[in-house]
Design a protein around this ligand. Sequence first.
Ligand code: AP5
Ligand code: ZN
Length: 216
Amino acid sequence: MRLILLGPPGAGKGTQAVKIAESYRIPHISTGDIFRKALKEETPLGMKAKEYMDKGQLVPDDIVIGIVQERLQLTDCQDGFLLDGFPRTTDQAKALDGFLKDNGYPIDRCINIEVPFEELIARLTGRRVCKTCGATYHVMFNASSKDGACDACGGELYQRADDNEGTAKERLTVYNNQTAPLIEYYTNQGTLVTIDGLQSIDKVFNDIEDALRGSC
Ligand code: AP5
Ligand code: ZN
């Protein structure tokens, strides 16, 4: 199954991606995670990406497209994959289409998680992430039962650098201007399915499962 997860920052893409990847046994490819890993390892890619991420802006298309194409050529993507946070511009979407066409397989579904903007700021500023395993929590909506530590591995929880209110607002503006047009793009391709992301995490996942049933 070849899937795209679309939605504004904080919609729950990463949260649902973990569940989808496990349930459908496909690799979870998150461009944001790729950049954060590169940044942690202080590679040239990480340093370059940081310039944009810290401001809440998009990393330039040519950098992102090259990275995703390389990743999709690895053998674990042969039977399917889940793209989380890519494509994010019309040029990225066109590049992905071209690449998939050359390789003879199309996208099965683009899952668009919809959440009102007022809710997104609260989700982003309250998010906490495990330093060790990357699991995502929220101080109010999805709290860890261990104080300040990850339920899964006991690792320390931290707040992402771009989850302060100012940068979060900029990311939402960037989403509106540059990524939201992809809703129409994938509607026109007939692959878009929209899910109400304001429900509980489990209910959102149930709706995604329903939407994917029999579709691929
Ligand atoms: P990226 O890492 O992709 O961030 P994002 O798209 O801004 O998305 P988030 O990770 O912030 O949110 P999410 O939808 O995954 O929400 P989550 O599940 O964590 O990108 C970061 C940066 O990298 C970009 O700004 C850009 O600079 C660069 N970049 C990445 N890809 C790029 C590309 N293709 N092109 C150019 N630049 C790129 O949930 C959020 C919170 O809500 C959590 O605390 C969670 O516990 C909680 N939550 C989740 N679901 C629910 C629910 N149903 N109810 C209540 N709370 C919930
Ligand atoms: Zn952990």
